[in-house]
Design a protein around this ligand. Structure first.
Ligand code: PEP
Ligand code: MN
Length: 267
């Protein structure tokens, strides 16, 4: 298989705008769950940039559990991401949910995200294999490591080898956290595949006070990077406020990661 270590022994390095993911360094992707307004996004972008993140996240098409929840600003959200990137120099990533949002997003962002809920949307995976942008592939809510890797295989087999895997927690019997962060899957995936693997401690836990400890644990488990939700005012967030860090908390998270990153040889 194209994803396997047998097929390719050395680690793949995926270029996201000016940022390389999967090499030596630890890459931190950060930003709000959803793009809500120009002011919200620019404030978040400036803050995460100042603290050392290099990729800005922000959802413009939100796959919400309830049809009555905020669904995203769509193309206006993509425009705001491009503006924030222009101002800060950050690379950008946004989730796509179908063919239409995919063909729209490629005009505005540096990387396409396929969310947990679409990990086995095989048609969408094939379409993502035809675009000229790297793909961040989240692990499905109840996907095995094998299913996750086969989803990546779909994208690569369709022509796009620039895939980054993201562990974001899986559904288990435990309901005191939003999901169960499966760090053994991170260490295991690093042995099975040459693709970069990053961790999303925000969706994995659903609780902002657990984002720091799980970020450090992810780094120790061999993750190539993190994707963290940061909102200028989490209390007011339209989506995922309880798991979002404010800029001050994000800054201290980043400061705490630096010595740990050099201890594990990621500088
Ligand atoms: C997200 O990153 O905003 C998101 C919806 O994540 P997931 O697909 O992992 O639930
Ligand atoms: Mn979210």
């Amino acid at each position: 298989k194209l994803v396997s270590r047998e097929y390719k022994e050395e680690n793949s390095v995926v270029q996201v705008g000016p940022v390389k993911i999967g090499g030596q360094g630890l890459v931190v992707v950060a930003g709000p769950c959803a793009v809500e307004s120009k002011d919200q996004l620019v404030t978040a972008a400036r803050a995460v940039c100042k603290s050392g993140a290099t990729v800005l996240r922000g959802g413009a098409y939100k796959p919400r559990t309830s049809p009555y929840s905020f669904q995203g600003l769509e193309e206006e959200g993509l425009r705001l991401l491009a503006e924030a990137a222009e101002e800060t120099g950050l690379a950008t990533v946004t989730e796509v949910i179908d063919e239409e949002s995919l063909s729209m997003a490629v005009n505005y962002v540096d990387m396409i995200q396929i969310g947990a809920r679409n990990m086995q949307n095989f048609r969408l995976l094939q379409l993502a294999g035809k675009v000229n942008k790297p793909v961040l592939l989240k692990r499905g809510l109840s996907a095995t490591v094998e299913e996750w890797l086969m989803a990546a295989e779909y994208i690569i087999a369709s022509g796009n080898e620039n895939v980054i895997l993201c562990e974001r927690g899986i559904r288990t019997f435990e309901n005191s956290t939003r999901n169960t962060l499966d760090l053994s899957a991170v260490a295991l995936a690093k042995t099975l595949t040459h693709l970069p693997v990053i961790v999303d401690p925000s969706h994995a836990t659903g609780k902002r006070e657990l984002v720091g400890p799980m970020s450090r644990a992810a780094l120790a488990s061999g993750a190539d990077g993190l994707i963290v939700e940061v909102h200028p005012d989490p209390q007011m967030a339209l989506c995922d406020g309880p798991q979002s860090l404010d800029p001050v908390a994000f800054d201290s998270l980043m400061a705490g990661l630096r010595p740990l990153a050099s201890a594990v040889g990621r500088v």
